[in-house]
Design a protein around this ligand. Sequence first.
Ligand code: PHE
Ligand code: ZN
Length: 880
Amino acid sequence: MRTSQPQTIYLSDYKVPAYLVDTVDLRFELFEDGARVHSTLEVRRNPESGEVSAPLELDGDSLTLESVTLDGAELAEGDYEDRGDQLVVRSVPEQFSLTVVTWIEPQNNTRLEGLYKSSGMFCTQCEAEGFRCITFFPDRPDVMARFRTRIEANRDAYPVLLSNGNDVEKGELENGRHFVTWEDPFPKPCYLFALVAGDLVEKRDTFSTCSGRDIDLRMYVEPRNAEKCDHAMDSLKRSMRWDEEVYGREYDLDIFMIVAVDDFNMGAMENKGLNIFNSSCVLASQETATDMAFQRIEAIVAHEYFHNWSGNRVTCRDWFQLSLKEGFTVFRDSQFSADMGSPTVKRIEDVTLLRTAQFAEDGGPMAHPVRPASYMEISNFYTLTIYEKGAEVVRMIHTLLGPDMFRKGSDLYFERHDGQAVTTDDFVKAMEDASGRDLGQFRLWYEQAGTPVLNVSDDYDAGKGVYRLTIEQSIPDTPGQTNKKPQHIPFALGLLGKDGQPLALQLESGYSGAPMERVLELTEAVHTFEFHGVESRPVPSLLRHFSAPVRVRYNWTREQLLFLMSHDPDGFNRWDAGQRLAVDVIQSLVGAPDDTEIEPRLVEAYRKLISDADLDQALVAKMLQLPSEAYLIELSENADVPAIHRARDAVLRHLAGALKGELLACYQRHQGSGPYEITPEAIARRSLRNTALAWLLLINDEDGRTLAVSQLNDADNMTDRMGALRALVNSGFEADRQQALDDFYDRFQDDPQVVEQWFSVQAASDQAGQLSDIRKLLEHPAFDWKNPNKIRSVVGAFAGQNLAAFHNPDGSGYEFLADQVCRLDDSNPQIAARLVTPLTRWRKFAFAYSAQMKSALERIRDKSGLSRDVYEVVHKSLAE
Ligand code: PHE
Ligand code: ZN
């Protein structure tokens, strides 16, 4: 519990550690009523620190100290000071050995940081500052040590005992206990430490590396999940091969382990040699996981594996550098996913997340640079900006340097900094040194928060055949940052001629053989580019592949958007044109009378998409998704959510009504989709068919209803089963909805991952997820306040996806969320702080809403004993 005001920590205060730790020798005695941790550190003064007689300060949190021993002599109480969050030993020699014994209570740890219990097993989560909940230690990533870990526990209850590295010793102890000792030869920061003890089944495989070493791959799961490991194991092997081929990175230990745990605050964790996963991000079978889950699992397994180099071998100097490992690793996993599936579809998915959620963060009270300058609670900085914008920044370096130079840069980075804890600046420097390019101005991407806006205008001189494009950049103010400097922006573009053919982009007259696509580099506030030899007014295809994380403003006509939708050679921009058109149509209906005509050309464009079997079906499946409510809100000011919801809904229903025949034909065309496969083609077929079904049920079509009911009962995979369930839940067929939900629950009630999906399909539905329904879900026997996944699937889905219900004009949604945040603040502050997010955006909404959101935030602010996590988010949100 907080006793004083949380402190702000500044990057500018960084100092090298006064003491270094060479080795850590840990011994865990695990019991049902607690655990005793013996930790012996070999410590020496850091030669690079100027503080010659600094006291030794070790971090701690919620520890009961039992003893402190220095070079073999137990210290008396006056020789050290136990301040709770710090253990201070005033005078220590140049070099010494320190043993600290602490007692902790994993069984009562509901924060899920440090050592805790999840479904009967012991597990750990140490990033960012969880190791200090295990023992007193310099808990900062620039202290890297070699760890040796001995785990002792009852053999029957905990036959499997795991930690990082290689198992070097095991044996029996008295009273039915046993032990295993692990040794990790690679020095690492303590945030990468992990321990697992439980009754788990082991799945084994092997991987032969590029240099011919055989790696033992092992997955550990609860016995009931034994059949859900294959996909993750295959994904792991593909990731290992890909990292060798694309980045020249070979795995370094002899064993690589993955453990699945049910209670986990995040998705997964890259602990050295022992990755720990949230069950929902690793376990899958055809019957229980949707295509989306399969893809997410592949991406997360890859992400954690890739951290072995980008994060573990080369780690972060301090937590301000978090994007050094996260931005780079997200970029790597997105390249991997693109290579494994459809690159265009992967890009569309990444950009959708970025534009919907990261842009919102960057425009709100929690906006911060990719490399923040300050924070109160580091757990609040595992954000879309650090991860997704950070990945976009690395992607831009890749675009500016080209793939070969980028690879030279990453090789140099890994070689130069192997075994070190470094900064984002070291990363950029390696890219500069390898390529000879100056990235001085580019570094502003790490320092300036806010999404740059590019205002684009053009004119065409028919007499000279010159097309002129003017691009003006500006970066909005964000908390604590105004008057920003222009950034270095790679801007990919093409021009399309009258018949849709791509034009050569001649930047000087008389030059032939010019490319059809260019990456322009914007460095000034305003740039004008002239294209020569242009015979008629072209249609510009701007910011292809989304070459920079910016907002582009240009006065597209609907004709131009329709033209790009069918002619742009860049699949991403074809999709984007469709989105812009749909946004324009929906926006023009917000607040308009009910009988306002809906753009007939939109209907025709969608008719063509649904009916033309020659188009890339994976792209079509994406193009048919209307922009989400969240995205429409992000694009608006003074948002009136129910009005946006009605407008979007009206377009959807209108499309479904007008295209009923085409939808039925589309459904039928993709019906006999053959045996279950997870290829981009098969995924696209299922997605199209389920979109068709969802649209038909939105207009309460009887044929659709029959199809949905039989699909729900006959499906041989979760994608189709969930597609049918979701369609019924969102329809007006109330009796079928309830029947479908009940049957589904009966069938899958023993599978927590499926029950989570069952919760969220209801909580996110404007039909089945009104506040009274949500309250019932919280009372459901399968709901569990201690399990973050359950909280996310009910409370998170309601506030984050069921936007019309959450923004009920009576304010009940906000009050509800505030109640849940206060309730969770004591037991799991990290999850509580994340749940606040929807309220933090209060300034974005029309007054009737924003005033009530603000008062909900104030109510949270006034809760007594507020955690540092929630304190930071709420205070920043309310600040002027
Ligand atoms: N480092 C993890 C990842 O992105 C995320 C994480 C952070 C997990 C903090 C747990 C706690 O791969
Ligand atoms: Zn990561």
